[in-house]
Write a protein that binds this ligand. Structure first.
Ligand code: PNW
Length: 474
């Protein structure tokens, strides 16, 4: 009982978290450049001006991957490198295209299949300034579609696996709900002067779903023979107790976190009834024409999975700013026990069986091929360690091996159609509002005092993950 021969695996990254060189070769500014240079927004006060220096060190990145035995690599393209000002009438930057083109060629020469994410949160600043970015659905859809089309035309002869958006709901909630991510909108006036947590996140989600659908329609019309999908953050929701209210609450949480993005595309063509009911007119609606366009607009479902929560019914009615579905979320059960060991971020406990359950849920709801596009963890105190201790990442080994076994059970025992697995991440990188202190990588990045990258040091987990795939693929 092994994974099929064509199963692909590797690591995932995102442009803003690894590239650096944020004004090189004509790249335009993004909302994350602005945010990371705004005081108080990033926990450790760092920015991603150098990050892992992957824009320059891309050949080293490929060498690293080759040494780790991967068959695929998921990375994102920086929109502002391709179209510095972002818009459909703005100039295309040949230097940006050349950069990704040579990178893609080199991956393929090394027999590493590229999986490209078109949007991993780094919106061109000019589009935000021009019309509010994702808040202006009509403009955003046209601009994104043109950017996507340029990428398909330039890279689609060689790239056959495309992901339009990474976690549309996470960026909607954190960037326009809590204000923790760029551009930092929220109703909390202690944090930001602008924002409407009750409405903006749903508008931003809506824009991304429509932009996805338009881009997918263009992609299919180009007949390049590849596949196009979209990735959602999908943690498992375990009912806190067996009482009916809690079971319903857990099901509803999955609707608010996953199905609200996935149902329109892979299911009914519309938002789940539970979301429509609670959110009312705060949730934008699709016209009949849009429903037809959106429904069936992806060939595969990407899942980023990190953890599991207990969910129970909130006895109080939901506020206007509630985006969870009127539930209470905990790691601790009624027996006082936690779901699993903690790690280096408060939002993750180690719960391998949750991966199997979310895969079963997604398979039975949507019946489409699934790619696990992220899975990983930081562990406490890792950021305090230095060479060589930092390479001995037993927590990460345990996490990945247990989650991989759970994934395998979902495939070989439950018949879930999982096509690939990407661990997050290839290397320690710039973890958004956490800065550099939170490390998800299987590779330690040695730097000098000025933050310049000296050398990559694969951690023990990288070898163990490779070994696992050697033993578990046909
Ligand atoms: C994902 N949460 O983001 C992103 O796709 C990555 O870029 C990121 O580095 C990785 O996970 C690790 O955080 C998430 O708070 C950020 O639940 C936050 C949450 C989930 C996913």
């Amino acid at each position: 009982m092994e994974l099929p021969k064509k199963f692909q695996w590797g690591y995932a990254t995102a442009a803003f978290q690894i590239e650096g060189s944020n004004s090189s070769d004509g790249r335009g500014a993004t909302v994350w450049d602005t945010f990371s240079h705004t005081s108080g927004k990033i926990k450790d006060g760092t920015n991603a001006d150098i990050a892992c220096d992957s824009y320059n060190r891309w050949a080293e990145d490929i060498k690293l991957m080759k040494s780790l035995g991967v068959t695929a690599y998921r990375f994102s393209i920086s929109w502002a490198r391709i179209i510095p000002l972002g818009g459909r009438a703005d100039p295309v930057n040949q230097l940006g295209i050349q950069h990704y083109s040579q990178f893609i060629d080199a991956l393929i020469e090394n027999e590493i299949t590229p999986f490209i994410t078109l949007f991993h949160w780094d919106l061109p600043q000019a589009l935000y300034n021009r019309y509010g970015g994702m808040l202006m659905t009509s403009e955003f859809v046209l601009d994104f579609t043109r950017y996507a089309e340029v990428c398909f035309r330039e890279f689609g002869d060689r790239v056959k696996d495309w992901i339009t958006f990474n976690e549309p709901l996470v960026v909607a909630q954190l960037a326009y709900g809590t204000g923790a991510f760029a551009p930092g909108h929220t109703s909390d006036r202690n944090i930001s002067q602008i924002g409407d947590t009750a409405r903006e996140p749903w508008r931003v989600l809506h824009s991304q779903i429509l932009a996805h659908a338009h881009a997918a329609t263009i992609y299919r019309s180009m007949a390049q023979g590849g596949r196009i999908g979209i990735t959602f953050n999908a943690d498992w929701a375990e009912p806190y107790s067996s009482i009916a209210e809690d079971v319903t609450a857990a099901a509803r949480k999955l609707e608010f976190f996953v199905a609200v993005g996935a149902d329109p595309i892979f299911g009914s063509g519309d938002y789940p009834e539970s979301c429509k009911k609670q959110l009312g007119t705060r949730l934008p609606s699709f016209s009949e024409e849009e429903k037809t366009l959106v429904k069936g607009s992806a060939d595969f479902l990407g899942i980023n999975h990190y953890t599991t929560n207990y969910i129970r019914q909130d006895p109080n009615p939901p506020s206007d700013t509630d985006f969870m579905g009127n539930i209470i979320q905990t790691f601790t059960g009624p027996d006082g026990k936690d779901l699993g060991p903690g790690c280096g971020v408060s939002w993750v406990q180690v719960v391998p069986w949750g991966l199997r359950k979310i895969l079963q849920w997604a398979h039975s709801r949507y019946h489409v091929p699934i790619h696990i596009t992220e899975n990983g963890l930081p562990y406490p105190s890792e950021a305090l360690l230095s060479l060589p201790d930092v390479l001995n990442d037993q927590h990460r080994i345990d996490y990945h091996i247990e989650y991989l076994n759970a994934m395998k059970d979902a495939v070989v025992r439950d018949g879930v159609d999982v096509r690939s697995y990407f661990a997050w991440s290839l290397m320690d990188n710039w973890e958004w509002a956490d800065g550099f202190k939170t490390r998800f990588g299987v590779t330690y990045v040695e730097k000098d005092e000025a933050g310049r990258v000296l050398k990559y040091w694969p951690k023990k987990s990288a070898g163990k993950i490779q070994e696992w795939f050697e033993n578990n693929i046909e």
